[in-house]
Each structure stands twice: as structure tokens, then as C-alpha cells.
Design a protein around this ligand. Structure first.
Ligand SMILES: NC(=O)c1ccc[n+]([C@@H]2O[C@H](COP(=O)([O-])OP(=O)(O)OC[C@H]3O[C@@H](n4cnc5c(N)ncnc54)[C@H](O)[C@@H]3O)[C@@H](O)[C@H]2O)c1
Length: 276
């Protein structure tokens, strides 16, 4: 199926930890479609995961960076431009982490130092990345920056915790910076709001298996997989979506516009049968 949709495009992909990562699948797809890119993650994730295998497979180099560090981001962008001999065309921000979720602190018992970390890693890092790229003029005209979000930014889903607030901020940053970056440099910025997906970060969400089952039953097209998300990201990096910017784009099989589905209703009714 692969063709040269991304031929000549150069980019940076944040967040490939292991084969399950949405960023991993996106790197594989972007490679299939002809893109060249630098892979990045934190030094600890590089040690813990197997990003080097992905780098080998896709002919990429790995430049470590903590997405919350402005110095690291400057270094990453400068080294990437040096590596490619010029500006880049796309960036995937596939980065999130909540110490409150990890330490099982519920939303009515948040640790505020942890909350600051959640917001910094999962949302403010996106602003830092955009601001650094903007100041270094690192992205070509009609370039595309994509971050990953979740519907908990708009609707309350049990167990998503302070990540809901982080995603709301992330989507707002995409709009606010999308305006400036579009106006000044014709660079587009969007978020993809992805279905729940079985990954390392996803597994941290309370009751992920039941959430996956629920959204599968609620979505007319079923949950979107990581690979399908990668396909969508490729279209957003391509020139076929040049006028799409400042959007939160739902990639969730229709879940976000559902109230109640036949399949979910049937399951719900079964619970009454069990009670009887
Ligand atoms: N899995 C899901 O259900 C789901 C659904 C919607 C959106 N998302 C979003 O997709 C994105 C990717 O997550 P994933 O599900 O592929 O899980 P993942 O665990 O594979 O990826 C998360 C990545 O964030 C990186 N990261 C954490 N702190 C960092 C930091 N300070 N600097 C740089 N990188 C850092 C991790 O090393 C890891 O590679 C996240 O933004 C997540 O919130 C996931």
C-alpha cells in the first residue's frame, strides 16, 4: 500500500518507547511512505525501551531529549537541522506521563507537585517544542506538527484523572500556537484525539480493558488501533491536508459523537438479567 506520499519530507518523532507505542507505528508508516526522521525520547526511555531497533529499521538516528527541557529541545532541533542540512517538515509529539496516575492518586486526592509534572510533560512540553521550533525557524512552510490527545479533554471518563486536564491544555496550545505559527510561517498544528489503545502509557489508565471494551461497543466503526492512528498521522504530515490547522481531530471510530449504541445497550441489559 505504501507509496511516496512523504517523499522528501524530514521530521522528528517523539515518544517511541516500544513496538506498542503510537509513535513507533507512526515511524514505521512514515518510513514506508518515504519520510526521513530523527527519533527522540528521554535517556531513561531509550535505555528501557528498544528505540535503537526502530532506528535501525527506519534508517534514523536517535537524539535524546527530555521534552520538558528547553535546552534539550534547542539541542534536538539544532542537531536535527544539522543532520538534514536544513529545516524539517513535520513533528510528532507523542508524549505523556502522569505521576498521579502512576502513584494511583485519585482526582480528589491529587498531589500538586505531581500535577505540575503531569502538565509539564503532557502539555506544556508541546508549547516548549513549538516555541523553540518557531524561534529557531526550524520548520518549512506548510510543515505540520501533530500531538496526541484523548476525548477526556472534552468529556469526563472515569479514571482518566489529571491527564484530562493535561489534554485540555494540550488541545488549547494547538489552537493558540496554531494561529501564530500559521499566520507567520504557514505551519499547521493539530491534535489527533485517539481511541483508547493498548500501550505502555495507555495501560496506566484505570480499568483500561473495560474502557477499551466500552468504547469498542459504543463506536460504530470500533476502536482505532495504533497502526490506524499512524496512517492518519501520515495524512496530516502530507501535502494533502495543507489547510487543516488548529483542529482537534477525532480518530475514534465515531465514539466522540455517540450517546448510546445498540451494542452497549445490549450489554447494559444483560447486567439486569444477572441481577434477576
Ligand atoms: N494509549 C492510549 O489509550 C492513548 C489514547 C489517546 C491518546 N494517547 C496519547 O498518545 C501519546 C503516546 O502514548 P502511547 O499510548 O503511545 O504510550 P507510550 O507509553 O508508548 O508513549 C508515551 C511516551 O512518552 C514518553 N515520555 C514521557 N515523558 C517524557 C519526557 N519528559 N520527554 C520526552 N518523552 C517523554 C515516553 O518515554 C513514551 O515513549 C500520549 O500523548 C498519550 O496520552 C494515548
Amino acid at each position: 500500500m505504501a507509496n511516496n506520499l512523504l517523499e522528501g519530507k524530514k521530521g522528528i518523532i517523539f515518544g517511541a518507547l516500544n513496538e506498542m507505542s503510537i509513535a513507533w507505528k507512526t515511524a514505521e508508516k512514515a518510513h514506508d511512505f518515504g519520510a526521513k526522521f530523527v527519533l527522540t525520547n528521554t535517556p531513561v526511555s531509550i535505555r528501557m525501551g528498544n528505540i535503537e531497533d526502530l532506528a535501525k529499521k527506519t534508517g534514523s538516528i536517535v537524539i535524546p531529549a527530555d521534552a520538558t527541557s528547553e535546552d534539550n529541545l534547542i539541542n534536538l532541533l539544532e542537531k536535527t537541522m544539522e543532520h538534514f542540512g536544513g529545516k524539517i517538515d513535520f513533528i510528532l509529539h507523542s508524549v505523556a506521563m502522569s505521576p498521579n496516575v502512576r502513584k494511583k492518586r485519585t482526582y480528589d486526592d491529587l498531589n500538586y507537585e505531581y500535577l505540575k509534572k503531569t502538565l509539564d510533560v503532557s502539555a506544556i512540553s508541546f508549547h516548549k517544542l513549538l516555541q523553540t521550533a518557531y524561534k529557531l525557524d526550524a520548520i518549512n512552510e506548510w510543515g505540520s506538527v501533530v500531538a496526541l490527545s484523548y476525548v477526556a479533554a472534552q468529556r469526563t471518563l472515569y479514571g482518566y484523572n489529571d491527564m484530562a486536564d493535561a489534554k485540555a491544555l494540550l488541545e488549547s496550545i494547538a489552537r493558540s500556537f496554531g494561529y501564530i505559527y500559521g499566520r507567520e510561517k504557514k505551519v499547521r498544528i493539530n491534535t489527533i484525539s485517539q481511541s483508547p489503545t493498548l500501550t505502555t502509557a495507555g495501560s496506566g489508565v484505570k480499568g483500561l480493558d473495560r474502557l477499551l471494551d466500552f468504547s469498542e461497543r459504543m463506536s460504530p466503526l470500533g476502536n482505532a488501533t495504533a497502526e490506524e492512528c499512524a496512517n492518519y498521522a501520515v495524512t496530516l504530515f502530507s501535502d494533502l491536508t495543507k489547510k487543516v490547522t488548529m483542529q482537534n481531530l477525532f480518530h475514534d471510530g465515531g465514539f466522540s459523537n455517540m450517546g448510546m449504541s445498540l451494542r452497549a445497550m445490549s450489554q447494559y441489559e444483560k447486567s439486569f438479567d444477572t441481577e434477576k
